[in-house]
Design a protein around this ligand. Sequence first.
Ligand code: NDP
Length: 293
Amino acid sequence: MTAKIIDGKAFAAQLRARVAEEVAQLRSAHGVQPGLAVVLVGEDPASQVYVRSKGKATVEVGMKSVEHRLPADTSQVALLELIGELNADPSIHGILVQLPLPAHLDETLVINAIDPDKDVDGFHIFNAGRLATGQKAMVPCTPLGCLMLLREELGTLAGLEAVVIGRSNIVGKPMAQLLLRDSCTVTVAHSRTRDLPSVVRRGDIVVAAVGRPQMVKGDWLKPGATVIDVGINRVDRPDAGTRLVGDVEFDSAVKVARAITPVPGGVGPMTIACLLANTLTACCRIHGLPEPE
Ligand code: NDP
């Protein structure tokens, strides 16, 4: 058996096209253009790449894109002031502060200063609480993208055993909440989990969000499992240079799973597409307009 390779790139392109259509509709019917502001503090090269691609994708779907690039020594007060201005700006519906922030800035404080209704990353404590209590929330983009791929692949998820490996606030925990909301039986594994392979073997669904290259082996999986690999790890090639790999050992997993996301080209492209979808949702909510499906 060889697993189906889930084409996250193609699914993300379809989602972006749907968002673009909705944006065009909003602009023509209501004169409203969704706006996303991205704030980058410092010069982390990976963050610069992410911010650039977010800005480009935002413009491509017809939204307003604003970038604030601040020096690495920006004070907490100055950053909070900028967030206050963006919170008050009616042309901005989504605010994203690119993480990680330089060490002298308090990430939690900064994230919680964002208006929760404009918190398109879904990291604000109100949104985490709303998601956990089944209220309308802004949902973190990466787990939202994983959920969309799973629904597309499996239809209803109700009753399935789901194993999430990783319990971070940005991926593992919200992923577990989303799967629970879809009536899966959810297990969350982490670095202190005993006998991880046997825990993983319970999963009809396995979501790996660990940050350890190719840690999850094919023989850990239940035959026929659907595997979502969130990991993005850069490793050395045997010859020269580097390549990206996930948290799952693809070559062994593909022989056991029913379907699996590749790295790259799986979850990664969904994250930005979901950011655009969240910005559109935020805009509709702020203007009291019907939300897209
Ligand atoms: P974190 O480092 O915040 O969390 C990693 C989690 O994995 C922790 O809960 C940790 O457990 C757990 N863990 C670490 N080692 C083990 C182990 N040996 N066995 C079991 N569990 C373990 O990472 P993130 O959640 O931020 O990201 C996870 C991965 O996803 C990374 O590779 C990251 O690059 C990628 N990522 C990809 C995105 C995308 O768009 N595709 C977006 C965001 C992240 P404990 O809590 O006990 O320490």
